[in-house]
Unconditional design. Structure first.
Length: 270
């Protein structure tokens, strides 16, 4: 059970969000997607902290950032200098990181004091949602050698954080095939990308999480859409941390660069 570390009245149960983050350029652009992220930050109650599971922190074992001042990581190359100049100086929360480590014993959660920080799967989203960077942010890594069922189970273990005012945010892309990317701004999506994106929408609407967990590679469209698991795994934390009272809302639906799904959704009882 998650320990209580906050004093005062209980906050509203926070939502869980899956955000398709797409190109790092979304961090500094204004477009319909980034405008919607800003609206999301206004709609829900301000969280006491945010736990982000990003596709870009891949580790052996599961780790959590426990530094008080996480650094902004620019984990990309070949982009304009303006993107590298961005700093998202949100505080961390050693107390929440320790709480997670002490209360989730299986699997063991390792603490990171210096290696990581906030990668662009985190700050490129949060700088639109919470531009003042005044909410503590903690990142949880993806144990890349583990199957999707491991990540779903860990999401269930983390669900109690929602009752403590902590928002859980998964950042990845449900369709993510960089080898097939089309760089023109308004590229037509591949048929297989549309097919798999719509398949996932249907499974989510039907709450068929078992198919999402086990059936994503059952078609050629799924194999092309999820050639590697890194951008797909954050989804399972969000499904695991949700419950039957949550209402599903698709916050944004689009396919960018032909092979990247920007589909984003919330599960919330607020």
């Amino acid at each position: 059970m998650i320990k209580k570390i906050f004093s005062g009245p209980s906050s509203e149960k926070m939502p869980v969000l899956f955000i398709g983050h797409g190109s790092p350029m979304n961090a500094i652009e204004s477009n319909p997607y980034t405008v919607q992220l800003g609206e999301l930050g206004k709609r829900f109650p301000k969280p006491r902290a945010i736990l982000v599971i990003s596709a870009h922190w891949l580790t052996e074992g599961t780790w959590v950032t426990e530094m008080a001042k996480p650094k902004t990581i620019h984990d990309f190359y070949g982009f304009p200098q303006a993107l590298f100049d961005v700093q998202y100086l949100a505080p961390g929360s050693p107390a929440i990181a320790k709480m997670i480590q002490e209360t989730i014993l299986n699997p063991k959660i390792h603490g990171d004091l210096e290696l990581w920080g906030l990668d662009h799967g985190s700050w490129a989203v949060l700088r639109h949602m919470y531009p003042h960077a005044d909410i503590p942010v903690i990142q949880l890594s993806l144990s890349i050698e583990q199957p999707p069922a491991y990540h779903l189970r860990l999401g269930r273990e983390l669900a109690e954080l929602r009752d403590k005012g902590i928002m859980i945010l998964g950042s990845g892309n449900l369709v993510h095939n960089l080898s097939q990317i089309r760089w023109e701004p308004h590229a037509k999506p591949y048929d297989w990308a549309v097919e798999f994106d719509e398949w996932l929408k249907t499974q989510l609407n039907q709450r068929d999480f078992k198919s999402v967990l086990n059936g994503f590679h059952s078609t050629r469209a799924g194999q092309l859409s999820v050639p590697t698991l890194d951008h797909y795994l954050p989804l399972h934390y969000i499904l695991g941390a949700s419950d039957e009272k949550d209402q599903l809302n698709f916050e944004y639906e689009d396919l960018q660069n032909g092979s990247i799904s920007m589909r984003s959704f919330s599960l919330s009882s607020i």
